[in-house]
Write a new protein. Structure first.
Length: 292
């Protein structure tokens, strides 16, 4: 029996044997701390009744632990050089499928329907490539596929933005968009020393759990995302000025904006970061209703 893939000695041996050097451009930092892998699996509360999507299996360290804990694992890896490695390292497991594709180009509803053998609760678990953390998270949230939870490792600083409360510095469009649909929990912080090669910054595991359906949902997720981003376009300007940026400066538009803000008792002089998530939802819906 081999030691776990993610043990430091085995990881180093795999990298040496395949003459692999981690590609910075693809955000390749391999986890070599089995405690952390266990913590990730625990945070995801995986059982043999769960299917899992992993993004970026690398050399398979996390994938192996997911396969042991879950029913079936589908892992998207963009780097084709890693395919022969994964073929070997994951050969003891019959419940893993690697898909050589950019996750941002994947048709998840189709892949999920075709590749999972059974219909089980679906969870996302991944140590994300840091250069595209935000696009991946945004894509997952906009996706029609329903995830039971999303447990992902990312740069600590981005994790803090996901988890930020109104009025604090990291609170921005990402916080609002993510929190509108999800409860956010920073499960734990991971030091640089848990990886080869070591990244420059600390990391954190974040758990996103979809909220129960609430009536105040925006009428359209895409419109909501565009609106919230527009409101935060100029962080140091007032909400009023950002709204003029979004909708235009004509007198008639100004009148409509003023009426919506008055109806919702929102002060136009506030900065965008002072608004609650619910207020962004209410604004999106109100502007839609009057056709602005
Ligand atoms: N899961 C491994 C671990 O924890 O040790 C590796 C994680 S590493 C931080 C990120 C992985 O994502 C790399 O294997 C990288 O090649 C892969 N990757 C980068 N961009 C990707 C993309 N657009 N789609 C799928 N995988 C990608």
């Amino acid at each position: 029996d081999y030691p776990e893939i993610a043990s430091p000695a085995r990881t180093q041996a795999i990298l040496n044997r395949y003459r692999l050097s981690a590609k910075k451009s693809l955000g390749q930092n391999f986890l070599i701390d089995l405690n952390i892998l266990n913590n990730i699996v625990e945070a995801a509360e995986l059982t043999k009744n769960d299917n899992v999507i992993e993004i970026g299996p690398g050399i398979g360290g996390l994938t192996e632990q997911l396969a042991k804990a879950a029913n079936q694992v589908l892992a998207f890896e963009i780097d084709e050089k890693l395919l022969p490695v994964l073929d070997e390292t994951l050969s003891p497991y019959n419940n893993i499928e690697i898909i050589n594709q950019d996750i941002l180009k994947a048709n998840l509803p189709e892949v999920v329907a075709k590749r999972f053998r059974t219909d089980k609760p679906l969870k996302v678990v991944a140590n994300l490539p840091y250069y595209i953390t935000t696009p991946i998270v945004m894509d997952l949230l906009a996706n029609p596929v329903k995830f039971e939870s999303i447990v992902v490792m990312m740069q600590k600083e981005v994790a803090e933005r996901l988890d930020a409360k109104p009025g604090t510095k990291p609170y921005g469009s990402l916080s609002v968009i993510v929190q509108q649909q999800n409860d956010v929990d920073i499960s734990f912080v991971v030091p640089k020393t848990a990886f080869i090669p070591q990244p420059k910054v600390d990391s954190a595991i974040v758990k996103l759990s979809p909220k129960m359906q609430v009536d105040k949902r925006p009428f359209d997720h895409k419109k909501f995302v565009g609106f919230v981003r527009g409101c935060f376009m100029h962080q140091r300007k007032t909400l009023w000025n950002n709204l003029l940026g979004v909708f235009g400066k004509q007198e008639s538009v100004k009148g409509q904006i003023k009426k919506v803000l008055d109806d919702l008792s929102i002060n136009a002089a506030n900065r965008p970061e002072q608004l609650l998530v619910e207020q962004f939802v209410a604004l999106t819906n109100a502007f839609h209703e009057i056709g602005v």
